[in-house]
Design a protein around this ligand. Structure first.
Ligand code: 6GU
Length: 248
């Protein structure tokens, strides 16, 4: 056993800190949170408002519907989080926005396994004043999206990113479950799974899975993963072939 080091930590800047840990307080990630395998620090952006009404947003220049988060409020929240980090603070700062780089498993792996945690900034309303984004991107902040659709705020995207990271942290998933069947880690979709009963609604379990021949089973699963990936995700299939080519 190695010396207990600081757990992987997530700081989340949001107007809705009560949304955290939310679903991450349950199941695998909830248990891991209780066990101290990761830690969570939600920061209320509103606490950095300067006026007596604690207002965080204003109407947007140029007209149009919707409100924009004020640059000074978001900046003050980020400054405080960075100050608390100290000089050894090297967690990536990520702004969750549909304009960002699409999140994929390679990015998740990097955030989970090659960094001490993440700092997540969740937007709301029509967005955040562009100048504060520009300023923090000059300091290394990155924009991340979880897909091509629009959520009402970054919080659910942050929960998604965190869930994807947490399940990769050492000790969160048991050894048996982890490495073995994670075909997606190799860039393929999952092969089909079956349990009892052997016949259900006239549908049978593929014979090879009952054979006890582990080599044959592994080969069947690989073939199924490849077949389903070719059909459903030709984009992943091309990438998979390229990656296999590089490994040869
Ligand atoms: Cl990160 N935020 C919002 N608001 N919508 C999204 C998203 C993020 N990713 C996809 N849609």
């Amino acid at each position: 056993m190695t010396r207990a080091s600081k757990p992987w930590s997530a700081t989340v800047l949001t107007l809705f800190p009560e949304m955290f840990p939310g679903p991450l307080g349950h199941s695998l990630s909830g248990k891991a949170l209780e066990e101290g395998l990761w830690s969570l620090d939600p920061v209320q952006i509103r606490d950095f408002a300067t006026d007596k009404h604690r207002s965080v947003d204003d109407t947007c220049f140029g007209g149009g519907a919707g409100m924009v988060l004020r640059p000074n409020v978001v900046d003050a929240a980020l400054e405080q989080v960075k100050l608390r980090e100290g000089s050894e603070g090297n967690r990536p700062l990520l702004y969750l926005t549909p304009r960002g780089k699409p999140l994929d498993q390679a990015m998740v792996r990097r955030y989970a396994l090659e960094s001490p945690g993440v700092i997540l900034l969740c937007g709301r309303y029509e967005g955040i004043d562009h100048r504060v984004m520009e300023h923090w991107e000059e300091q290394g902040m990155e924009e991340v999206s979880i897909g091509d659709y629009v959520l009402s705020g970054g919080e659910i995207a942050a929960l998604t990113l965190l869930d994807a990271c947490i399940r990769l942290l050492p000790g969160v998933i048991g050894k048996e479950e982890s490495l073995a069947n994670e075909s997606f880690e190799l860039g393929l979709l999952e092969y089909p799974q079956y349990t009892r009963p052997q016949v259900w609604k006239n549908k049978i379990v593929p014979e090879v899975l009952l054979s006890g021949d582990h080599q044959k089973i592994a080969a069947w699963r690989q073939k199924e993963a490849e077949r389903i990936t070719q059909i459903r995700r030709p984009d992943l299939w091309v990438r998979y072939l390229e990656q296999m080519g590089r490994k040869q």
